[in-house]
Design a protein around this ligand. Structure first.
Ligand code: NDP
Length: 327
């Protein structure tokens, strides 16, 4: 079987290359999957490259997501021929991942391929899209409804941002997309954004803890100073779903928006989500993410493209979602 293997040299540097390896090297697990597609998320960029502290052992096969067909199963819930999806559970970080023709995992980590999606579409969604859906569901659970005002999506042209924009637009929300790539304005309008906010407009650090109430909700893929600034611009009682840290992990904010405007900061984790929530989120993806919009944000790639794509996503240079045909 072919796999993208990352090796670590004695000086600590890493290098990724396609290798032919024996199936006997697959890790422990009770379900073996013939992988159709994987994808490229921000975390994959880290794991294909220097590791970002996520990878424990080398040689390593990255790929935090995959979709494919069960080849053999020691678990009653899955049988050969079943189509399955995997995101999270630290696969592709601590465990060998989806950048290979086969993967072996624990049955608990899999979900059946949602009805209405192909394995390719499921990977166009991937962890980024799954997380965008979790973020929208969290905002809804905290009272967000269409008609309340504009919903901000930060890092809009990235993976999480593109899917969040398409879902929110389809559900009837007015979406304002923040991007550092103004040339992507038409792309974002096609996905469902009715307004573009330039990254510069939100770049300044917090000067006043409260600004004009502007946003009814926010899906934030950027974190850092931008999230701090956005907190002070939320409407009374509105919520921000904190998804990512593409702009930084430090939050140079004050607590004033929480105390004086009842703003909610909702943490979103995709990795350890319980099975029932996963099923619900995938069902919502199948029903609420228009497939033509997903098509519009999809770029196709192969295993050989991954070292470059991994470096590109860490620089914020990948648009939308990449689908990787591993075969
Ligand atoms: P992408 O690289 O596809 O998207 C990130 C986007 O953020 C970029 O495209 C860019 O958008 C914007 N951006 C990049 N750098 C900066 C910066 N310095 N300042 C402001 N904006 C910036 O990554 P993903 O969509 O895959 O992931 C986004 C984030 O969400 C990552 O931090 C990732 O780790 C996190 N994540 C978290 C998950 C969870 O479970 N909580 C799951 C999945 C992802 P633009 O060009 O439009 O400005």
């Amino acid at each position: 079987m072919r796999a993208l293997i990352v090796e670590k040299a004695e000086d600590g540097s890493t290098s990724a290359a396609i290798q032919e390896i024996d199936e006997g090297r697959l890790p422990a697990g009770n379900v073996t999957v013939a992988v159709d597609y994987s994808t490229v998320n921000y975390k994959d960029g880290l794991c294909v490259g220097p590791g970002g502290g996520l990878v424990r052992e080398y040689p390593h096969v990255p790929g935090i997501d995959f979709a494919g067909t069960v080849e053999s199963s020691g678990d009653d819930r899955y049988a050969p021929g079943d189509k399955v999806v995997l995101t999270g559970w630290r696969v592709g970080e601590v465990h060998w991942g989806g950048y290979a023709e086969k993967a072996r995992v624990d049955a608990d980590w899999l979900v059946p391929l949602p009805e209405g999606l192909s394995t390719k579409q499921a990977m166009a969604v991937g962890t980024a899209g799954f997380t965008a859906m979790l973020a929208v569901m969290a905002l809804e659970a905290h009272g967000l409804k269409p008609g309340q005002g504009e919903v901000l999506v930060t890092g809009a042209a990235g993976g999480v941002g593109s899917v969040a924009t398409a879902i929110l637009g389809n559900l009837g929300y007015e979406v304002a997309g923040v991007t550092g790539r103004p040339e992507q304005a038409q792309y974002l309008a096609n996905l469902g954004a009715s307004k573009i906010v330039t990254r510069d407009e939100l770049a300044e650090t917090v000067k006043r803890p409260l600004e004009r109430e502007t946003w009814a909700g926010c899906v934030d893929a950027v974190g850092g100073a931008m999230l701090a600034r956005v907190l002070g611009q939320m409407n009374y009682g509105a919520s921000v779903a904190a998804v990512g840290l593409a702009g930084g992990a430090k939050l140079p904010a004050t607590v004033i928006p929480f105390l004086l405007r009842g703003v909610n900061l909702l943490g979103i984790d995709s990795v350890m989500q319980p099975y029932e929530n996963r099923l619900q989120a995938w069902q919502r993806i199948a029903s609420d993410l228009p497939m033509d919009k997903l098509e519009g944000m999809m770029v196709e790639a192969t295993l050989a493209d991954l070292p470059k794509l991994g470096a590109d996503i860490l620089k914020g240079q990948v648009r939308g979602r990449v689908v990787v045909d591993v075969n």
